[in-house]
Design a protein around this ligand. Structure first.
Ligand code: PLP
Length: 431
């Protein structure tokens, strides 16, 4: 064990996730690559869990932050007017597609979801909330309540009254084998059943990830969210789309993940990639919902000048370089390549993804059962070959990959080669 790892273990919680048998200390980054303390370089296919949206050491972001620091003002609280905050809010409100949208900035996705839940429960005067099975929304009390996997939450004491709906979990349920249409009809029946029997008053909101991130990049069938929305609208129930992983063009086919489903939500929450590594999150919501809170509020660091400088520069870069189109183009190379390789690799149970958000599910070839051990083996093998990936999912057997949206076609081909090579090596070991 390295000295730094020993010191980490001594003073940091033992539940803090660390990847790899010998965890990596990253010391520098440039473009879509990072370098560890031993000098080894990696193509980054996890992007700091989707935070390094436009790669490392981007001059536009660095210079924007340096310009702000040069003013001498790192932060003076948010009780004064901040130009960068207003400018960023204007851009996000416009891009959201939400009518009369207003924006509140936070420091993380967890806080953003907490704020959305506060807005929704307050507006609807109800503590009843709907969420999706296999969801992950953060680690605060409210966000944990709407998270649906016992491995990702510790408390059973919830400040909210939460009912979990079906979505991306069809393969794990009695609905396995149903066609998309029949499954959607069954899910909507279940929603109606929940609304008519399980709840004790009006429901405030449904919160959902368009593609479940921690859940293993799992996807509800096209059409499900639109069908849910119809029922919710009839009851006045609000729809919150958690775009912490799926926002800013990552899915290639839409700027926000829920737009892939033709649904305009009442609120969206965001974080991760927007600051390209600087901590920034927030909620964009219908103005009437946002303005509805009566208590005076602020977030001391939410919307601070440094984060705003980074976020404005990052978002401008995404738009100026049409990185949504790049995500579609480079993601297709990788997803198509993985799908092509899958039939000759019995350890591959599933390949799925949209744009630069793709996953491979690993299974024991003898039983077809999820294999977290093979996922761990893949991580070590790709690390050796110089590629960083992520793993997770409900059973810990899903390889999750989401490179910066600046990935080039050459890097896409290089990454695909490393991934397929690692899968072939592992497949040969266990076949
Ligand atoms: N929502 C989603 C979909 C996430 O994936 C995460 C984090 O992984 C969060 C919320 C929580 O964000 P944060 O870790 O910034 O608090």
């Amino acid at each position: 064990m390295s000295d730094l790892l020993a010191r980490h273990r001594a003073v940091m919680p033992n539940w803090l996730a660390l990847y790899y048998d010998e965890p990596i200390e990253i010391v520098s980054g440039k473009g879509n690559r990072v370098v560890d303390a031993s000098g080894k370089s990696y193509l980054d296919f996890f992007a700091g869990i989707l935070t390094n949206m436009i790669g490392y050491d981007v001059p536009e972001v660095r210079e924007a932050v340096e310009r702000q620091i040069a003013t001498g003002v790192v932060h003076t609280s948010t009780v004064y007017l901040l130009r960068g905050q207003v400018e960023l809010a204007e851009k996000i409100a416009r891009l959201s597609g939400i009518p009369d949208a207003k924006v509140f900035f936070t420091n993380s996705g967890t806080e953003a979801n907490e704020t959305a839940l506060l807005l929704a429960t307050y507006a609807r005067k109800s503590d009843q909330v709907l969420a999706m099975r296999q969801s992950y929304h953060g680690r605060s009390f409210g966000a944990v309540s709407v998270t649906s996997n016992r491995a990702w939450k510790n408390n059973s004491l919830s400040p909210l009254n939460v009912h979990f709906l079906h979505g991306a979990d069809r393969h794990l349920t009695q609905f396995r084998g149903l066609s998309d249409g029949d499954y959607i009809a069954a899910c909507v029946d279940d929603l109606r059943h929940v609304l008519s029997t399980a709840v004790s008053s009006d429901v405030a909101a449904l919160i959902a990830e368009p593609i479940q991130g921690v859940g293993g990049f799992t996807m509800a069938p096209d059409g499900l969210f639109a069908a849910y929305k119809e029922v919710l609208d009839a009851e006045g129930i609000l729809f919150v789309s958690d775009e912490v992983q799926t926002g800013w063009g990552r899915t290639g086919s839409a700027f926000f993940g829920i737009q892939n489903h033709g649904v305009t939500p009442d609120m969206m929450t965001f974080a991760k990639g927007l600051g390209n590594g600087f901590a920034v999150g927030g909620v964009v919501a219908r103005g009437d919902l946002m303005d509805n809170l009566h208590a005076v509020g602020l977030a001391t660091f939410g919307g601070n000048p440094i984060s705003m400088a980074a976020a404005n520069a990052t978002l401008d870069y995404v738009l100026d370089h049409d990185l949504q189109a790049n995500a579609a183009r480079t993601g297709a190379v990788i997803i198509d390549g993985l799908r092509e390789a899958a039939p000759r690799l019995p350890i591959v149970g599933d390949v799925r993804g949209k744009g630069l958000m793709f996953a491979v599910e690993l299974v024991d070839p003898a039983t077809g059962e999820p294999s977290p051990a093979l996922a761990t083996r893949f991580m070590e093998e790709t690390r050796r070959s110089g590629l960083l990936a992520g793993k997770g999912g409900l059973k810990g057997n899903v390889l999750r990959m989401a490179p910066p949206l600046t990935l080039t076609l050459d890097e896409a081909a290089e990454g695909l080669g490393i991934i397929v090579g690692a899968l072939e090596t592992i497949n040969a070991e266990v076949a």
